[in-house]
Ligand binder design. Structure first.
Ligand code: PGA
Length: 244
């Protein structure tokens, strides 16, 4: 299966940045990978319009579990879909840590995404303290079990393994460390979702850049990458896609 490479712009990007998305689409050619870009909510609709007809799929970075209501400041899965999104990142560590998102809440958001027809990308990953305490595998498999509802059976989705200590730091795990966690995630996916858990891609995220992408993407059970900082510039993001 072709790798899935998704860019997460986080809270970066004004209208002028849409040119980078256009440059990604223009530079893809016969891309060896499936490609997505998740801009801030304010740019989802404009980016989706601009990329219509291209191979780049657009996504949100989070959604509320409810479809609508008195939730000032929040955006629902239905709203993202209405704006042209087809993907949504859920349970990113910046939301788990900064907004107190629990596995149960992430699971409810995944159900919301499925309800709205969005393909969820569910993030999991251990902190440095958890890794140093020898708890990386138990933390990550616990997050997989708690964050993935049974409703995912038969649906398209992916899991992104993002060690918190590798995000935005320039640090990356060794290939052996990535393979160890991805194998554990795969086993957990199988146990929870059966055959659907067998085919869902497991992405790696955390300081992926053009110079390390090919090595990371060729590791066992790495089905793609979730890219933060290096997705903001088309040239870097295309360099990562070329490594797929
Ligand atoms: P980074 O972020 O590539 O900037 O490390 C990855 C992520 O948070 O998805």
């Amino acid at each position: 299966m072709r790798k899935l490479i998704v860019g997460n712009w986080k809270m970066n990007g004004l209208g002028a940045a849409l040119g980078e998305a256009q440059a990604v689409a223009a530079g893809l050619g016969e891309a060896p990978a499936r490609v997505g870009l998740c801009p801030p909510a304010t740019l989802v609709e404009r980016m989706a319009r601009g990329l219509a007809g291209s191979a780049v799929r657009v996504g949100g970075q989070d959604c509320r579990a409810e479809a609508s209501g008195a939730y000032t400041g929040d955006v629902s899965a239905e709203m993202l879909a209405d704006a042209g999104a087809v993907l949504v990142i859920l349970g990113h560590s910046e939301r788990r840590a900064g907004f107190g998102e629990t596995d149960a809440l992430v699971s409810a958001k995944v159900e919301a995404a499925l309800r709205a027809g969005l393909e969820p990308i569910v993030c999991v990953g251990e902190t440095l303290a958890e890794r140093e305490a020898g708890r990386a595998l138990s933390v990550v498999t616990g997050q997989v079990r708690g964050s993935l509802p049974a409703a995912l059976a038969g649906r398209d989705f992916s899991v992104a393994y993002e060690p918190v200590w590798a995000i935005g730091t320039g640090l990356t795990p060794t290939t052996a460390q990535i393979e160890e966690v991805h194998a554990a995630v795969r086993a957990e996916l199988r146990a929870v979702l059966g055959e659907s858990g067998e085919r869902a891609p497991i992405l790696y995220g955390g300081s992926v850049k053009p110079s390390n992408a090919a090595e990371i993407l060729s590791a066992a059970e790495v089905g793609g990458a979730l890219v933060g900082g290096a997705s903001l510039k088309a040239a870097d993001f295309l360099g990562i896609i070329a490594g797929a």
